[in-house]
Ligand binder design. Structure first.
Ligand SMILES: Cc1ncc(COP(=O)(O)O)c(C=O)c1O
Length: 388
């Protein structure tokens, strides 16, 4: 999805020339990004991490989640969302998505049990969750909300940037994302106490460089500090993000406009102007029609990405929670009352929707001619597949 070139080469080279490769150098690149990204998102605290998984895990742990807690996650996301819950000692509860391909707020409300303490809405595919509905349920049921915005840098929900709407949010800057520094991530929050705990989780040794504090007692952890190379590259990427998202949104709107009126049904959008515009998704009444359309346009059926549906999350389905059995949250006595009876058929609504949804990816560097060609192919596939 990303664009990359000379600005990133220059930013990287400047770090090499400076020989300042450690993030605690004053005025360093990671710190610069954290300040800029906080302004961009309109949040108080941003902490760079080595990955999106590390950002999610730090967010959950910083908010105090752990053994004895259930955390609700959607049936379609990258497996890392589920793993982050297990990593902090809690248990993921997998809940249906709705026609928008995002967590179904009604299914969320129904799924909350006595052990449920948090929910992770995932803004998948650069699309956005119905955050008003989710926050309403969360307030009513007293849940913490950790937004997984790993696939949605630059996305917004009715004018509010995603990641900063719940109690904390996580972004990934890995190779597949809107902005990338190869590997990397960021945790974001408006909660000062959570930010202090997160800093310790991300780098438990940080006080050797940032100083000991009277008001905070550090605890043990492994750490997931980002490097100045990542900081430099992601700063250059952030410069590109607003322009890239504008281009993608224009492209998506053009495709949707010029394929309207043919009987095609685009997936419901929770915030049409806020989506990143990275793709268009069409839905069909049957799996057979979906397969025909996907083949004709070269799109992907969302149940067949090979890794994003819960049925493919082997360590979760088999409850293999840790390298050492004594550290396995699925065996913790505290988690005895948590729901962990995973079955491949447990979310039939999600499996049905995903098997009837075709995603067609866009890229900001696609030319007008290429988009014309895509529109033509969607129109002719619609003529072949959709009944008048
Ligand atoms: C929705 C989602 N959550 C979490 C992650 C984990 O991010 P990372 O690969 O940077 O650890 C990803 C990465 O692909 C993702 O797509």
């Amino acid at each position: 999805m990303f664009r990359i070139g000379q600005p990133e080469i220059d930013a990287f080279a400047a770090v090499v020339r400076s020989k300042k490769l450690f993030r605690y150098t004053k005025g360093g690149q990671c710190e610069r990004f954290e300040k800029r990204y906080a302004r961009f998102l309109g949040v108080k605290h941003v902490a760079m991490t080595s990955s999106g998984s590390a950002a999610l895990t730090a967010a959950l742990a910083a908010l105090g989640l752990g053994p004895g807690d259930e955390v609700i996650i959607p049936a379609q996301t990258f497996m890392a969302t589920a793993l982050s819950v297990v990593t902090v000692g809690a248990i993921p509860v997998i809940v249906d998505i709705d026609e928008s391909i995002m967590l179904d707020p009604a299914a969320l409300a129904d799924a909350v049990g006595p052990r449920t303490r948090a929910v992770i809405p995932v803004h998948m595919w650069g699309r956005v969750c119905d955050m008003d509905a989710i926050m309403r349920v969360a307030r009513r049921k007293k849940l913490l909300v950790i937004e997984d915005a790993c696939q949605c840098a630059g996305g917004a929900y009715h004018g509010r940037m995603v990641g900063g709407i719940g109690h904390a949010g996580a972004f990934s800057f890995n190779y597949f994302k809107n902005i990338t520094c190869g590997e990397g991530g960021a945790l974001v929050t408006n909660d000062a106490a959570a930010a202090r705990r997160a800093a310790c989780i991300i780098d438990p040794c940080n006080f050797f460089w940032t100083g000991r504090r009277e008001d905070f007692r550090p605890f043990c952890g492994t750490g997931s500090r980002a490097s100045e190379f990542e900081g430099a590259v992601i700063n250059a990427q952030l410069d590109r993000l607003p322009g890239m998202i504008r281009t993608l949104r224009r492209m998506k709107n053009r495709v949707l406009r010029q394929t309207a009126g043919l009987g095609l049904v685009p997936a419901k959008s929770n915030s049409p102007d806020g989506e990143c515009g990275s793709n268009v998704v069409y839905q069909f009444p049957s799996a057979a029609l979906t397969a025909r359309f996907a083949k004709l346009v070269g799109g992907t059926i969302l149940s067949q990405t090979g890794r994003h549906t819960y049925t493919e999350w082997d360590p979760i389905l088999t409850r293999s929670g840790a390298a050492h059995p004594a550290l396995d949250p699925f065996r913790f006595p505290e988690n005895k009352g948590c729901r962990m009876n995973y079955r491949k058929d447990m979310c039939p609504q999600s499996l049905d929707i995903l098997s009837r949804s075709v995603i067609i990816g866009l890229h900001p560097d696609r030319t007008a001619v290429e988009i014309d060609k895509l529109i033509k192919s969607i129109r002719s596939a619609a003529a072949a597949v959709v009944k008048p």
